[in-house]
Design a binder for this molecule. Structure first.
Ligand code: HEM
Length: 452
């Protein structure tokens, strides 16, 4: 896309980007009915930026990799998260995903070390252990909706990584709250103070989670320093984190970060795994190759952290699954000042959208883009792919903090499944997708299992 429509003249910088085709009604209907097909059609126009004018303003669709780089990297200070993301503040407060400016920068610096690859080693045993327990509960010849299992597994894994100890009660409450918040965001969002049935449930669920997490934080603050230093969970790192001036997070901030990590870290990883299984279910040959790989690397024991670098076939499968079905299918920003982008004028307050779904299906970068071909991920492709052509974790300073965590988790869980089962689809091979904040399979992912 970056090669398209170059050569804007300075005169054009006075102009707004071209309007997306069709009337407002046509655009709105297309976006509501089938947003995924619609954003791909927009991409075919090869315009660098398109103005998708809608009732209430609309947004600017960024379709050029250099323009995307301007927004996410070079001029990221001229942008904040879009207003849709900011609405998550009613649940996430001022956590890393929704914070802005200096408070965001401070938090990112404090939290970043907790997500370093070598830290994740400490959570990896839990990842393999819980994955083993999950497949232990599956039966030969059974038909299962594995998406449900994976949602439960990834939620438990975030909970264990955050709090270490058994937090079953909070985990269940957080699961319910996230689901309700997602439901709220998928529809027309009425103000939370309006006492609709859904709003009431959302409010009481958020209150419950807040009380539970505040309780855990209070208890941990009361614990002795010695006990705290023996722990290796994320919360202990967050409790101990100090900025350059020796300042640390207050309880409110800690709570916001815990809820944020729950929300950001759980469904996205479950989706990655569900889509990988959906795709692999149609490729028995690849399942066999992966099973041989994990056997050769780990033998009779479950794969662990140290095995991940040798499980290159798994990494390629995960990569290709996230290309075809990026769990975060779009990201957005809002301009806090007037900006010139790709030769056009973007007004202050203008909202921009980057459709990762469309970028990942650009045939210039991924020939035969609809095909599931993990083998396309050669070192050559990795070397030559332009920046942002593949961006399941976003880009720039606000890139996902949990990408290494997610990748390692996905490899270990997939390895645990492939070692024990062969599987076929027990549903039609066409996924019905729901594009909300995340990209969800409407009917789950149903597999017929066969024990190895
Ligand atoms: C495959 C799984 C995952 C995907 C596809 C994913 C995707 C993303 C994307 C696209 C963003 C950037 C959003 C933007 O620029 O507007 C992001 C941010 C973030 N992700 Fe992830 N994520 C995943 C897993 C995780 C995990 C496991 C965690 C934590 C345990 C996590 C925590 C976060 C946080 C805290 C942010 C905000 C970072 C900031 O603004 O500084 N994510 N993620």
């Amino acid at each position: 896309m970056s090669a398209a429509s170059r050569g804007a003249t300075p005169r054009r910088a006075q102009r707004r980007p071209p309007l997306a085709p069709g009337s407002i009604v046509v655009r709105l209907r297309a976006l509501l009915r089938d947003p995924l097909s619609y954003v791909r059609r927009l991409g075919e126009s090869r315009e660098k930026v398109l103005w998708l004018r809608l009732p209430g303003g609309g947004f600017y669709v960024l379709q050029d990799l250099d323009v995307i780089d301007e927004v996410l990297v070079k001029r990221h200070r001229s942008f904040v998260k879009d207003s849709y993301t900011h609405r998550l503040r009613e649940f996430l407060g001022n956590g890393l995903l929704t914070a802005e400016g200096p408070p965001w920068r401070r938090q990112r610096r404090l939290i970043q070390p907790a997500f370093h690859r070598k830290r994740i080693q400490g959570y990896a045993d839990e990842m393999s252990g819980l994955a083993e327990a999950m497949v232990e509960g599956w039966g030969d010849s059974e038909v299962r909706d594995v998406h449900g299992d994976l949602m439960a597994l990834t939620l438990e894994l975030v909970a264990k990584s955050l709090f270490g100890a058994d937090v079953t009660k909070s985990t269940a409450a957080v699961g319910v709250a996230i689901d309700l918040v997602m439901q709220r965001h998928a529809g027309i969002m009425l103000p939370l103070w309006l006492p609709t049935p859904l709003n009431r449930r959302v409010r009481s669920s958020i209150d419950e989670v807040t009380t539970l997490i505040d309780g855990i934080i209070r208890e941990r603050r009361r614990g002795t320093v010695d006990a705290e230093s023996e722990r290796s969970d994320l919360l202990s790192l967050l409790l101990a984190a100090r900025d350059e001036d020796g300042g640390r997070m207050d309880d409110r901030q800690l709570r916001d970060e815990c809820i944020t990590l729950f929300l950001a870290g759980h469904e996205t990883t479950a989706l990655t795994l569900s889509y990988a299984l959906f795709l692999l279910a149609q490729r028995p040959d690849l399942q066999e190759a992966l099973a041989s790989e994990v056997d050769a690397v780990a033998g009779d024991r479950p794969a662990g952290f140290a095995d991940v670098p040798a499980l290159a076939g798994f990494e390629r499968v995960i990569k290709e699954s996230m290309r075809l079905y990026p769990p975060a299918w779009s990201i957005g920003r809002r301009a806090i000042e007037e900006v010139e982008l790709g030769g056009y004028r973007l007004p202050k307050g203008g909202e921009v959208a980057i459709f990762i779904w469309a970028l990942h299906r650009d045939p210039d970068h991924f020939p035969d883009p609809e095909a599931f071909r993990p083998e396309r991920w050669t070192p050559e492709l990795e070397r030559t792919l332009p920046r942002h052509a593949y961006m399941p974790f976003g880009g720039g300073p606000r890139i996902c903090i949990g990408s290494a965590f997610a990748n390692i988790e996905a490899v270990l869980v997939l390895a645990a499944i492939v070692r024990r089962y062969r599987f076929r689809l027990a549903q039609p091979p066409r996924l019905r997708l729901k594009a909300s904040i995340t990209l969800r399979p409407r009917d789950g992912v149903r597999l017929r299992l066969k024990a190895r």
